[in-house]
Design a protein around this ligand. Sequence first.
Ligand SMILES: [Zn+2]
Ligand SMILES: [Zn+2]
Length: 315
Amino acid sequence: MNDKAGVFTISLDTELAWGMFDKSNIDKYEHAYRNTPEVINRLCELFDEYEIPATWAVVSHLLEDCDGDHSDRMSPDLKWVDDWFGKLPCASGMDEDLWYAPWLIDRIQDCETEQEIGLHGSTHMQLGASSCSRQHAEEEIRIGVETLRAHGVEAKTFVFPRNDIGHVDVLREHKIKTFRGSDDRWYEQAPVPSTVKAPLRFADEATRRAPPVVEPIERNGVIEIPGSQVFRPSYGGWQYTPGESSVLRAIKGLQCVAQTGGIFHLWFHPFNLGHNPDQELGKLERVLKVASKLVKEDKIVSLNNNMIREKCGSI
Ligand SMILES: [Zn+2]
Ligand SMILES: [Zn+2]
């Protein structure tokens, strides 16, 4: 392996309805959620075909059947939802197929390539929100770590729900060693309102701007790997960006790290590909094909997030 080779890494926010239940727009995504088991299966097949190790950050409650009783837990006082634990998908009568996926770990672990299972919270609580106390974060992370452990997985990587970073020290206490940082673009890293972010994100796609090359950074004893690019689907407004901008941008990201070293960190939610699985998986396959070719030419390596942390050595 060429030690100076650029790195391609993928992280996947794996959540089904846990990602949106508090925003009351499940109906908008239901079709995509129902296609997500198929998408996950086909992603596993693609990662094996092109020998891509990825990091799957899962909401751990996906693994647990539940009668909806969370009366032992205290809801954070979030602005947009009154009673967090009363509103959970398991507590609100939602169809189980939208929030329960007991097959998930086995399917990912059946891959021949080294897939990493990390954590995306136990209930997708937004840990960086001002009313989310350390105690809320401690419970949310501890329960997630324990649930994964009960399924034979030691979580080493965390993805903050909505990339809202907070209470990083709690990760370290629970032996989580890596987390995904915000994308390395000034408007993703600053407290900029979403009305400002949206057109800037759109402009990056519209101009097919090369995504940033990132490097790991140590934060409170945990390694942050910033994001480079969200693999945007062709809906939700993104269908209006010219051509297949997400594919072209990702290929630029791969070519950049092949030339300069550093990390190209692509991420998305499996359900993002669920609105039109054939089309979206076909687009991703074009990216993986280029990645696989560059790996064979010894110009890049393909690593999951934890493998990057192991390569950094210190933590
Ligand atoms: Zn529950
Ligand atoms: Zn999420």
